[in-house]
Design a protein around this ligand. Structure first.
Ligand code: SF4
Length: 447
């Protein structure tokens, strides 16, 4: 694989030490070598000034069947280092970081695949280095809210909440399903429902009209396991409104959201969601009813807005039709339908968020940057959630670069700065805001 070097810093004082692992998975820093980040097929030496201390709750991951790319401070060269230079014969492996929510990757872990390598599981693989006694991640913080901060989500509170909800919603299958989500999948939204804070999930749909290559609830074509199974039943409007009201009646500025990782797309279940929203709004005006969706059915959306849906979050990996289609592989809809879904919401003055699935090298390519600027000009949404795409970064870049041209990346920081300057009204974040805070601007710009 031919790599192009993007950036080597003026002075090496500000670099970070490379972090690698041995065959036992023991992780260590490699003196004499600087940490490197990858954006598509571009390499850059990471600097301490362009990184943050690794966020609490992030996880380091050892990458099998791959060789780390590091920067040799003696020879001033990038090197694909298969063996530990201090222990000849000992193989080395790359180490990536799965950063906590609210942090967007600016570079992915730099490595070269072995010929026999298989797809990596569905996580994001951020670049990490060692600096001044700590791990540092190549990230930008995009949201201050501690909504999924594990320190605030104690398991004893989750268990207590499960007992409470079993009493108040004894025969509710959706309540029972969320127990599995909280305990087996470790879903932060399901945990928050039982703890009684922030945003609760309302999974409803067994099907989807997209076939995303990185779908986390159904994998058919690629040798990748989906981390969750799709919900196996369609909850009734009464079961949905029961769970929603249990949350909105106890949580200040509470949010309930359709469209979770353990289901297809909620627009496929509008026949139960519509009546459920009407039931919720007949009982309370509290809280925000949100939908995370691929936004592909504008007429269905229009009906749900009329029944009381407050806000939508539309997921997309690109503002370029070819790149979107290569990832979402839509069935009986086109990218233009997603744009029409957004325009329907804006026309009805509903809140619209773009859930922008980010992968450095693709998202910050000049072509994608231009297309996204043009998209935001035509569809002035309220908020961009900068999300890390949970997919093998090298395989994603390879697949996408076969679909479209991808020039030298501009850098994620430049991408965010450019959008901030050109679209000052559009906010950046990571979590769905409650309607009480729709107006509040929250914006972290770089460090
Ligand atoms: S839109 Fe969601 S549920 Fe549908 S295929 Fe994509 S990730 Fe899966």
């Amino acid at each position: 694989m031919m790599y192009s070097t993007m950036k080597t810093p003026g002075s090496m004082d500000n670099t970070m030490t490379a972090v690698v692992a041995d065959a036992n998975g023991d992780i260590f820093d490699l003196e004499g070598y600087a940490a490197v980040g990858m954006s598509g097929n571009y390499l850059e030496v990471l600097t301490a000034s362009e990184t943050l201390p690794m966020p609490h709750g992030s996880e380091l991951m050892f990458l099998p069947d791959r060789i780390p790319i590091v920067f040799n401070l003696m020879t001033d060269q990038f090197e694909t280092l298969a063996e530990n230079p201090y222990q000849p014969g000992e193989p080395l492996f790359p180490v990536a970081v799965f950063n906590s929510p609210a942090y967007v990757n600016t570079a992915t872990c730099a490595y070269e695949e072995e010929d026999f390598a298989d797809y990596l599981p569905l996580f994001s693989y951020g670049a990490v280095g060692w600096h001044q006694d700590g791990f540092c991640s190549a990230v930008i913080k995009v949201d201050e809210e501690p909504r999924q901060d594990l320190r605030l989500m104690k398991m004893e509170d989750v268990h207590a909440g499960i007992q409470r909800m079993r009493k108040s919603l004894p025969d509710n299958r959706l309540r029972a399903h969320l127990e599995k989500c909280a305990l087996e999948y470790g879903c932060p939204a399901a945990k928050n429902f039982f703890i009684g804070r922030c945003e609760a999930p309302l999974p409803t749909s067994r099907t989807c009209n997209a076939r995303c290559i990185g779908c986390i609830s159904l994998q058919k074509d690629l040798p990748i396991k989906s981390p969750q199974n799709r919900i196996s039943f369609t909850p009734s409007p009464e079961e949905i409104s029961g769970v929603a009201l249990a949350h909105l009646n106890q949580v200040k500025q509470g949010i309930v959201s359709f469209g979770q990782g353990c289901e297809g797309d909620p627009l496929m279940a509008a026949h139960v969601i519509g009546p459920a929203i009407a039931q919720i709004r007949s009982k309370t005006g509290n809280g925000t009813i949100n939908m995370n969706t691929n936004g592909s059915l504008p007429d269905v959306l229009s009906g749900l807005f009329d029944q009381g849906l407050d806000s939508i979050r539309i997921s997309m990996n690109s503002a370029r039709k070819d790149l979107y289609t290569a990832y979402y592989r839509p069935v009986n809809y086109r990218f233009e339908d997603v744009e029409a879904g957004i325009d329907t919401a804006l026309r009805k003055q509903k809140r619209v968020t773009i859930n922008y699935l980010n992968c450095p090298g693709v998202t910050d390519s000049p072509e994608e940057t231009d297309a996204f600027h043009d998209f935001l000009k035509r569809h002035p949404v309220d908020l961009i959630q900068w999300r890390n795409l949970n997919f093998d970064p090298f395989r994603y870049w390879t697949t996408m670069s076969q679909a479209v041209s991808l020039g030298e990346p501009l850098g994620m920081k430049n991408l965010l700065t450019g959008i901030r300057e050109r679209f000052p009204k559009i906010r950046f974040g990571y979590f769905n805001p409650p309607k009480e805070r729709f107006e509040q601007a929250f914006d972290v710009h770089g460090k």
